[in-house]
Design a protein around this ligand. Structure first.
Ligand SMILES: Nc1ncnc2c1ncn2[C@@H]1O[C@H](COP(=O)(O)OP(=O)(O)OP(=O)(O)O)[C@@H](O)[C@H]1O
Ligand SMILES: CC(=O)N[C@H]1[C@@H]2OC[C@@H](O2)[C@@H](O)[C@@H]1O[C@H](C)C(=O)O
Length: 368
């Protein structure tokens, strides 16, 4: 068990858009946020990304998984070694597959190897325990969103939206004393966010993403595809609920006949529809949605979300936060909670029956 009081911890996240590794320091006791620290980003090389892409959907022991794990470990060690002052690290790894109701959840990268390479204890495998206990194993950032709402001194319910490869939305009631209090949080994945758009850009234009939403801005949304999409059974499921990166692969097939610009506009609109349908599940309306993740840099997607929600929708920077690093900070925060035996998921965030502390701790040789 770690000493009490705030510690400087490093959190890392390699997200579903497969762009790279985010690493960020935070100083916390696992409840309140004392301060934010340095952060760095390490992009995957195209060859590395290809290794990861071809391992998507695979489970332990299947072809390509060991290679993907090696890519993830090397990239993380490279960036994590640049933070010599941390006492602990949180390592999410890379999700390859996620089927919480069937085969489980699969993140690659061995935390024990990271601990050995780094020389500090590493918390990892954050999702498995929650899934074993009947939870969705995702999203995990909500406990951190609760701490952020307190840090911001929010006085009324607020929502955090992450527009990564997949989208996820957290409704937070900051008037509650703690994240573990029933009714403090409701969280779920909204639907596809950037992943289908990235896949389209890669296949049709040889580019990793639609920079500034420029292609989508020139297109027209297919009302027919969008209306069908809005009636997807996922949106009728009561949250908590979570998604795998490719759960909406059919959407990519549906836009196949459209022009590049129309397909991009329709996929951006689909991301927005997922958010709007998701917000219908909020226990009470919110006045403000704070957006993190790369999608906040896509003005077309942001405008569509604003129009659909009809409330203030701002990048988290408007609240003094770093939207590129928020998920990485979350895994630092969660690492401290795990190291101190505190829960990381709750019935309102993953649907687990009772609060669970997910995560393994690996120590560097001789450090225990
Ligand atoms: N300037 C930009 N214009 C448009 N889109 C952008 C821009 N910058 C980033 N993005 C989009 O955001 C994506 C990266 O977002 P982010 O880093 O939040 O995803 P992630 O962490 O991999 O995903 P997840 O949160 O699902 O795990 C890029 O792949 C791209 O689609
Ligand atoms: C299984 C998995 O890796 N899920 C990711 C993914 O990316 C966004 C969304 O889907 C969210 O559920 C989660 O990541 C965020 C950081 C989370 O767990 O909070």
């Amino acid at each position: 068990m770690m000493k009490t009081g705030a510690v400087r911890v490093l959190g890392t996240m390699s997200g579903t858009s497969l762009d790279g590794v985010d690493a960020a320091e935070i100083v916390t006791d696992g409840v309140t946020i004392r301060e934010f620290g340095e952060s760095r980003y390490r992009a995957y090389w195209e060859a590395e990304r290809e290794v990861l892409r071809s391992a998507l959907g695979r489970w332990p022991g299947e072809p390509g998984v060991a290679e993907a794990a090696a890519v993830v470990e090397v990239a993380h060690l490279e960036v994590m070694a640049q933070f010599p002052d941390v006492a602990l690290a949180g390592f999410h790894g890379q999700t390859l597959a996620h089927e919480p109701e069937a085969r489980g959840t699969h993140q690659v990268g061995d935390g024990a190897r990271i601990a050995e390479g780094l020389g500090v204890p590493v918390v990892w495998d954050f999702r498995s325990a929650d899934v074993r206990m009947g939870g969705q194993g995702a999203p995990l950032a909500p406990a951190y969103h609760f701490a952020l709402a307190k840090w911001m001194k929010a006085r009324a319910p607020v929502a955090f939206l992450n527009l990564g490869g997949v989208g996820n939305l957290t409704w937070v009631d900051p008037r509650q004393p703690g994240a573990e209090v029933p009714g403090a949080l409701l969280a779920f994945d909204t639907g596809p966010a950037n992943a289908p758009l990235n896949d389209l850009m890669q296949t049709r234009c040889g580019q990793p993403f639609d920079e500034g939403g420029r292609l989508a801005a020139r297109g027209e949304v297919s009302a027919e595809i969008l209306e069908r999409f809005a009636e997807h059974r996922y949106f009728f499921r009561v949250p908590p609920k979570s998604l795998d990166r490719n759960d909406f692969a059919a959407l990519s097939t549906e836009v196949a006949e459209l022009s590049d610009a129309d397909a991009a506009a329709t996929l951006a609109a689909a991301a927005a529809v997922g958010v709007v349908r998701g917000a219908e599940h909020f226990p009470t309306p919110v006045e403000r949605v704070l957006v993190t993740g790369g999608g906040r840099k896509n003005p077309v997607m942001m405008a569509m979300i604003r129009e659909g929600l009809g409330c203030t929708v701002d990048p988290v920077e408007a609240a003094g936060l770093d939207g590129d690093m928020l998920e990485a900070q979350a895994f630092g925060y969660l690492a401290v909670r795990v190291a101190r035996g505190m829960p990381t998921t709750f019935p309102g965030t993953t649907g687990v029956g009772a609060a669970v502390g997910g995560g393994e701790i690996s120590y560097p040789p001789g450090a225990r």
